[in-house]
Ligand binder design. Structure first.
Ligand code: BGP
Length: 483
């Protein structure tokens, strides 16, 4: 079945903090996400479920390494040393595009230096040039939850408007150094996660702002990030003269649990506040009325001014990119919960779920693409999707991951169907294309890749790479177009 759009970009994604390791080398500091949770695996039960309880003091203790606990994310999958081998593998699998992040903490380790860290620039320069040599396009994320921790410690994170300028300076350095090597830019990964975990997305901690409510903290941090992102869009357009800057939003598609009108109203509220709000901000450049009303109810007062509002309005994104892993359900009655990407969601009796409870719903991707295209008429890109699984390497040194092939086939088909319906979708990057440390569990054993990496949860192993069955499937798909 060859019904692919000719210039569609099929590829894979990783992030610096989950893949690179070597964070203490060559002038890197640590980003906030690398601090969470610095916790023994056997202590997992003690991970706070309420994100408000991640305190700065607790994170600092981790930063100072006082706990001396094991922390696999620090080591990633050793991409910092094996990047060439990894890009060779991506080229062999015939990826059109590779989404990666340029770690802010490697370029401006403290955030406020006057000059960038040359060693960091050299590293990404080598990587990006090699991608070009191999004919792989690049989408670069500027912050994949990688705000340098010193910014949180010294400035109070993105709650402080000075951080906006630090981010713009970092973006300017990247545009200057890598403008010719990067095809698409995404300023902030899953920007809406800041509204859920402000300390992870924005390095803002409640205890730094006495008298501030949690709602005020999360929405103000988010607002400052929206302004920072819009300024980066403006700068990119001026410096690069291209329309190649998009957003990245964790898309939370959900269905009403049933047709009871009270549940439909609850679902409508979910659509507005958990999905459209974020897309509206980056595509229309202003706060929707329903959010202004919600702010009133929550007693949130956004600290802003007409200049910032004009920046938001005049610098909307060129394309919408989003992650899509699952769908959920919403309602006020009879909803049973299952886990999802950072937040839980309602169970859907019609769907199966992964080992981690993420409900598999390819049709939901078709729905999402049609829905976003209808609403915004901006080109769409699925920048994360995939199936986490505790893969096992067999005697033949491969993984028979037919479950993943099946997952990918169904989702690829959904994309093609949405394109057939008229949605303008131009690319897809499968998450964790080379196994890396999971963002949510901090373990290697939640694997997403086409390539198996020989490290366990405690970072024991050789780090050697092994092609899974899905690697060969993907390559064949690229050669023949057959699902
Ligand atoms: C997204 C993050 C990724 C990645 C992915 C999968 O929210 O942008 O970095 O981690 O989720 O999540 P997990 O690793 O928890 O399965």
């Amino acid at each position: 079945m060859e019904n692919r759009k000719k210039d569609f970009l099929w590829g894979g994604a990783t992030s610096a903090s989950q893949a690179e390791g070597n964070f203490e080398n060559n002038g890197h500091s640590l980003s906030v996400w690398q601090m969470i949770p610095y916790i023994k695996l056997q202590d997992r039960a003690s991970i706070p479920l309420n994100f408000e309880s991640f305190t700065k003091a607790w994170v600092e203790e981790v930063f100072e390494n006082k706990q001396g606990l094991h922390y696999p994310k620090r080591f990633g999958s050793d991409y910092y040393n094996r990047w060439k081998e990894d890009i060779d593998l991506l080229a062999e699998a015939k990826l059109d595009i590779y989404r990666m992040s340029i770690s802010w903490s490697r370029i401006y380790p403290n955030g406020d230096e006057l000059e960038p860290n040359q060693k960091g620039l050299e590293f990404y320069g080598k990587v990006l040039k090699y991608c070009k040599e191999k004919g792989i396009k690049v989408m670069a994320t500027l912050s994949h939850f990688e705000t340098p921790y010193p910014i949180g410690k010294k400035y109070g994170g993105w709650m402080n408007k000075q951080v906006i300028d630090m981010f713009v300076k970092f973006a300017k350095t990247c545009f200057t150094e890598f403008g010719d090597l990067v095809d698409f830019w995404v300023p902030i990964n899953e920007i809406n996660m800041t509204a859920i975990v402000p300390m992870m997305g924005g390095a803002s901690f409640l205890e730094d702002f006495p008298g501030t409510s949690y709602d005020q903290l999360r929405f103000q941090t988010l607002h400052n990030q929206f302004v920072g992102q819009a300024k980066v869009v403006q700068l990119g357009h001026e410096m690069l003269g291209k329309k190649n800057i998009g957003c990245m939003i964790a898309n939370m598609t959900a269905y009403p649990i049933d047709c009871n009108p009270v549940n439909i109203l609850e679902w409508q509220k979910h659509q507005q506040t958990q999905r459209y709000f974020y897309f509206d901000m980056v595509a229309k450049g202003e706060y929707p009325t329903y959010m202004l009303k919600l702010f009133e109810k929550l007693k949130v007062k956004i600290d802003t001014n007409p200049e910032e509002m004009a920046i938001l309005k005049n610098n909307t994104v060129d394309f919408l990119s989003f992650s899509y892993y699952m769908s959920g359900t919403v309602g006020t009655t009879d909803v049973q919960y299952t886990s999802g990407n950072l937040t839980g969601t309602g169970k859907n009796p019609f769907l199966k779920a992964t080992e981690w409870g993420w409900q598999i719903d390819p049709q939901g991707l078709k729905y999402t693409l049609n829905d976003l295209w209808d609403r915004y008429h901006l080109p769409l890109f699925i920048s994360e999707n995939g199936m986490g699984y505790d893969d096992k390497l067999n005697d033949k040194k491969t993984v028979d991951d037919d479950y993943r092939i099946d997952y990918l086939k169904q989702h690829f088909k959904a994309i093609m169907d949405a394109i057939d319906d008229g949605a303008d979708v131009f690319g897809y990057t499968m998450w964790g294309v080379i196994d890396l440390v999971s963002g949510g569990t901090n373990e290697m054993s939640k694997r997403y890749g086409l390539v198996y990496v020989d490290y366990d949860d405690l970072h024991n192993g050789t780090g050697d790479r092994f092609k899974k069955k899905s690697f060969y499937w993907f390559k064949k798909f690229q050669e023949t177009g057959e699902l």
